[in-house]
Write a protein that binds this ligand. Structure first.
Ligand code: UAG
Ligand code: ATP
Ligand code: API
Ligand code: MG
Length: 488
């Protein structure tokens, strides 16, 4: 086991009280998980302050405490380390505790409002198919090569990240692809990770409940690129208004991708249909199974990162061509008899929803009607509710407003917020069905032969959280079961 001194190697404490030569069994930012021989790192959070749990951690036999403020009374036999920023210290100490795993991996971080999971998953699938053992940290699931590890966050906490990276190295992985959420950047969950590269997808309206203003949200996303080293690469979306700003202060090698502007990786969409894309990428024409213009962007980002990691152009495109991306992102199902096309998509932001609706509208034929089922999450950014309802109504023939993880909120209040975005005319082509299962059933029964149903917001999720309780619920199961029942 490492000693405290070993894991403080990259930390510059302002004060140390007690022995630094004690052995350490583990690190912890949550007092509820402390066991004998652990170091407890007290972090000021959004709900509470970890400094208030120091005594509890010591009762549970923590041997050392890392804190920003020294407690008034110090316990006998416990080492106290005062640092300026304990959240950053958690990452740097975890890096050392787990033997600096990120220096043995090529890690690419993907940030942006939409497309992180898709881009990270495509990179993971691509590099696995190219013969590498890879890791993946994503909203849907984490992977240590083939082994699936349940994901609780888009980007896990700093200690879990370094522990997972260590498992990847031990499993023989050479690459890791990870989503970097804005929460993670702000809370320093990515401290201590040596990134080989960073990718920016786009930035639009989301998470303003947390970041308060759009400028602050931009600043936080940009901080990820500001932190990359001169050895890393940074790839941005030149077609996004904030694409250039993101890389403004990075030391990393700057690259860009675009469908419209001059860029280091240039793409041109030649065909765009419900069966996929034909695109000229970097001078080579290729077919892709991924659907929609937003996926053309994700594919360019993946291509750019893979090329930058040293892979052959033709090989990248050959493999990428057949990949389907992440679960619950534009997943399509066809009903047997009436050939109704059901699409399950994780669009849960205004931009994502507008993109998915635009994609379907571009690709559907005249006779095909579009029925959209959509809700908005509880305990999340309220300002997106009326915008999403309006977008759904504007771009669909029929919209069913429903619930999507009301969490601790009243589902009816969320639906009222959504409805407040609708004009009287819009309300006429809109139904409000609080029960999501019922809403999907009604959408299926309203659909006529050849119509399209979009079920937005939950994608891969396998639960529905109501009053803080998670019930099993899967849009894909609901859709396919209703299709089955209706075909009998
Ligand atoms: C708002 C938010 O991001 N919260 C995250 C944050 O918790 P917090 O700051 O609220 O923590 P806190 O409850 O105030 O406690 C402060 C400290 O005291 C500790 N504590 C607390 C209680 C106790 O009894 N003992 C104890 O030691 C806590 O472990 C923490 O270290 O730090 C925790 C540890 O890393 C996270 O688990 C937690 O995620 C919560 C559960 C969450 O829902 N986060 C979401 C919003 C999130 O992170 N989403 C992003 C993006 C999603 C996307 O893709 O769009 C993600 O990366 O998943
Ligand atoms: N590049 C893109 N631009 C805009 N919308 C996209 C893009 N890629 C995917 N989407 C849409 O956004 C939804 C979410 O995509 P994805 O899960 O890849 O993003 P994410 O950034 O990981 O989201 P989250 O922050 O919730 O984890 C998809 O279901 C799709 O509707
Ligand atoms: N990572 C996002 C997912 C939202 C998905 C949607 N189904 C919801 O519950 O709002 C969040 O936790 O804010
Ligand atoms: Mg994600």
């Amino acid at each position: 086991m490492p000693t405290l001194k070993d894991i403080l190697v990259n930390i510059d404490p302002s004060q140390v009280k007690g022995s630094a030569t004690i052995e350490v069994n583990g690190l912890c930012i949550d007092s509820r998980k402390v066991t004998a021989g652990f170091v407890f790192i007290a972090i000021k959070g959004t709900l509470s302050d970890g400094h208030g749990f120091i005594e509890k951690a010591i009762t549970d036999r923590a041997v050392a405490i890392v804190c920003e403020t020294m407690p008034a009374t110090l316990a006998e036999g416990v080492t106290y380390i005062k640092v300026k920023d304990s959240a950053a210290a958690a990452g740097l100490m975890a890096d050392a505790f787990y033997g600096f795993p990120s220096s043995e991996l090529k890690i690419v971080g993907i940030t942006g409002t939409n497309g992180k999971t898709t881009t990270a998953t495509l990179l993971y699938q691509l590099f696995e198919k190219l013969g590498y053992k890879c890791g993946l940290l994503s909203t849907v699931q984490n992977h240590i090569h083939k082994q699936v590890v349940v994901a609780t966050h888009t980007t896990p906490d700093a200690i879990s990240i370094h522990a997972l990276l260590r498992q990847m190295v031990d499993a023989g992985c050479t690459h890791a692809f990870m989503e970097v959420s804005s929460h993670a950047v702000h809370q320093q969950r990515i401290a201590g990770i040596r990134f080989a590269g960073g990718v920016f997808t786009n930035i639009t309206h989301d998470h303003l409940d947390y970041h308060k203003t759009f400028d602050e949200y931009i600043r936080v996303k940009k901080a990820f690129f500001d932190g990359l080293s001169a050895e890393a690469f940074a790839i941005t979306n030149a077609d996004d208004k904030r694409g250039t700003v993101m890389l403004q202060n990075t030391k990393a090698e700057k690259l860009s991708y675009s469908l419209r502007m001059p860029a280091s990786i240039k793409g041109k969409v030649l065909e765009n249909s419900l069966t996929g894309l034909v695109m000229n990428v970097d001078g080579i024409e290729a077919h892709f199974s991924m659907i929609g213009i937003f996926n053309a962007y994700n594919l360019l980002a993946v291509y750019g990162a893979a090329k930058q990691l040293g892979e052959d152009k033709m090989q990248i495109l050959e493999v990428l061509s057949a990949l389907r991306g992440a679960q619950g992102r534009f997943e399509t199902y066809m009903s047997k008899v009436d050939k109704v096309l059901g699409i399950v998509d994780y669009a849960h932001t205004p931009d994502a929803l507008i993109n998915v609706l635009a994609t379907i509208n571009q690709l559907r034929t005249n006779g095909q009607r579009l029925i959209t089922v959509v809700g908005c999450g509880g305990d999340r950014d309220k300002t997106k509710r009326p915008i999403m309802a309006e977008a759904a109504c504007e771009h669909s023939d029929k919209t069913i407003l429903t619930s999507d993880n009301p969490r601790s909120e009243d589902p009816e209040a969320i639906l009222d917020d959504m409805e407040s975005g609708l004009s009287t005319a819009m309300k006429r082509k809109c139904l409000r069905i609080t029960d999501r299962r019922e809403a999907i059933k009604v959408a299926c029964s309203l659909a006529m032969a050849g119509d399209i149903i979009l079920i937005a917001g939950k994608g891969h999720e396998t639960y529905h959280e109501i009053s803080g309780v998670k019930h099993h619920f899967d849009d894909r199961e609901e859709l396919t079961q209703t299709f089955e029942t209706l075909s009998k």
